[in-house]
Design a protein around this ligand. Structure first.
Ligand SMILES: Cc1cc2nc3c(=O)[nH]c(=O)nc-3n(C[C@H](O)[C@H](O)[C@H](O)COP(=O)(O)O)c2cc1C
Length: 231
């Protein structure tokens, strides 16, 4: 029988599914945020996501060397609690509801994954893990990246919402005073972490004051430039 202490110490990861939509920087920022918050992560990368990763970062991700490749991608050695499952492994932990997880995020989510999860296709481990997350009534955050959206994707997004998932499109905002592409990426990643109740400092929150983000970003840029002048 499972003792009380064993249950308290039980590993309960977030499953992070990366599918083949453009937007691997979003996935990297979410992974960094989870690991920075000491969350355990179970990682699943779809076959198509290897193409987007290769295209957007130059990294050819390998199952056998996943730790090295993940470290290269995140620009730091993987020291946190990460377990990697090949996407073809339908016997992997996250394929069963009895495997404990906190929930799952699919980031970025291709329209194919949005459809597959909405329809319960479970064509690979990523889709099966998402289906399990829904059936177990755990948190599922799906981050679609496509534009414009076709009718079938819109219908599948509504089906996901109705099934209990949170559809959180990769849709950066500008009120934080973003001054770089990374700021825009971090906004999306931060919103995803908010939805998982994971603490982060990836963006300046709305203060209730118009232009506060823009003015403080400008002040920060000025003080950065002054520091550079003095150096
Ligand atoms: C370089 C590249 C970029 C792509 N970008 C997108 C995208 O932004 N959104 C999308 O829905 N599909 C995109 N696709 C198409 C998907 O990868 C394709 O539909 C694939 O079947 C998705 O499979 P998966 O959901 O199993 O990862 C892209 C494909 C490639 C090769």
């Amino acid at each position: 029988m499972t003792g009380q202490n064993e249950r308290v110490n039980e590993r309960k990861p977030w499953v992070v599914g990366i599918s083949g939509a453009s937007g691997t920087p979003y996935a990297a920022a979410v992974l960094r945020g989870l690991l920075a918050a000491d969350e355990a992560v179970d990682l699943v990368i779809s076959k198509a996501a290897r193409l987007t990763l290769l295209d957007e970062t130059g990294i050819a991700f390998r199952d056998a060397q996943w730790k090295d490749d993940l470290g290269a991608w995140l620009s730091s050695p993987v020291t946190g609690d990460v377990r990697y499952w090949p996407v073809s492994d339908l016997a992997a932990g996250p394929s069963s509801g009895s495997y404990r997880t906190k929930g799952m995020v699919v980031v970025p989510a291709s329209t194919a994954s949005v459809a597959g999860i909405a329809l319960g296709l479970s064509k690979d481990l990523l889709q099966r893990a998402a289906d399990v997350t829904l059936k177990e009534r755990r948190r599922l955050v799906v981050v679609p990246r496509e534009m414009p959206l076709g009718r079938s994707t819109l219908v599948h997004m509504l089906a996901l919402h109705d099934a209990g998932a949170i559809v959180a499109p990769a849709s950066p905002a500008f009120y934080t005073g973003a001054t770089s592409a990374q700021d825009l990426v971090d906004f999306v990643a931060g919103k995803v972490l908010d939805l998982l109740d994971v603490p982060h400092e990836l963006f300046r929150r709305w203060t209730g004051e118009l232009q506060a983000g823009r003015l403080s970003a400008r002040a920060e840029l000025r003080s950065g430039a002054a520091r550079a002048d003095q150096a």
